[in-house]
Design a binder for this molecule. Structure first.
Ligand code: TMP
Length: 212
């Protein structure tokens, strides 16, 4: 049986990932593919517990390396228990965020250094990576406006504008460095236009063939 393909969806806060992930899922489903939709941090009961630990605002300052290792702890559980088994049985996997988020948020946002994160990624994941990454790119101000009114901010949403500017710039840099894997979607457009761009990216990927 052909291995499934792995699609990640990335973007800053308020980029509209959830709505567009549903669009991608529906499109793949219509193409007759079995699809698993999952997310990071999270995707397994243990990894979802780690997500709670990561997102909860707390008085205790969280050390950068603690945050980084929690992110990767959740990821390894997710990769080994959910993503790899799904791909092996021929399912397609859509993950709301993957390792590019760590490079953007911890590497650039927290200024831990992109190379440091890449080294950890290579150590733990080798060459395991998404086959396609949709980057929903939106100017920081618009993203933050969309977030307003969504309830109490989590520990990341409490960060300032400069943090999110670094995150956005890092994502765009990653996309420029790996144009074969990334499709950058202008997510500042009206929703129908964003959805059309996402659909086009997915159709293009499907047209490349479904065998690795
Ligand atoms: P969400 O906004 O997609 O629900 O993701 C939760 C938060 O986790 C988001 O603010 C980004 C952050 N995050 C990281 O900082 N590093 C990571 O590797 C991942 C996957 C998420």
């Amino acid at each position: 049986m052909a291995r499934g393909r792995f699609i990640s969806v990335e973007g800053g806060e308020g980029a509209g990932k959830s709505t567009n992930i549903e669009g991608v899922r529906a499109r793949l489903h219509a193409a007759g593919l079995r699809v698993v939709v999952t997310r990071e941090p999270g995707g397994t009961p243990l990894a979802e517990e780690i997500r709670q630990l990561l997102l909860a605002p707390r008085d205790e300052g969280v050390c950068e390396d603690t945050e980084l290792l929690l992110v990767f702890a959740a990821r390894m559980q997710h990769v080994e228990r959910v993503i790899k088994p799904a791909l092996a049985r021929g399912d397609w996997v859509i993950s709301d965020r993957f390792t590019d988020a760590t490079i953007a948020y911890q590497g650039a946002g927290r200024r831990m250094g992109v190379e440091r994160i890449q080294a950890l990624r290579r150590l733990l994941l080798g060459d395991f990576a998404p086959d396609l990454t949709l980057l929903l790119d939106v100017p920081v101000d618009s993203g933050m406006q969309r977030l307003a009114g969504r309830g109490a901010p989590d520990r990341f949403e409490m960060e300032g504008r400069e943090f999110f500017e670094r995150v956005r710039a890092a994502y765009l840099q990653l996309a420029a460095a790996e144009p074969a894997r990334f499709r950058v979607i202008d997510a500042a457009q009206e929703l129908p236009a964003v959805q059309a761009a996402v659909a086009q990216a997915v159709e293009g990927f499907l047209a490349q063939g479904t065998t690795p």
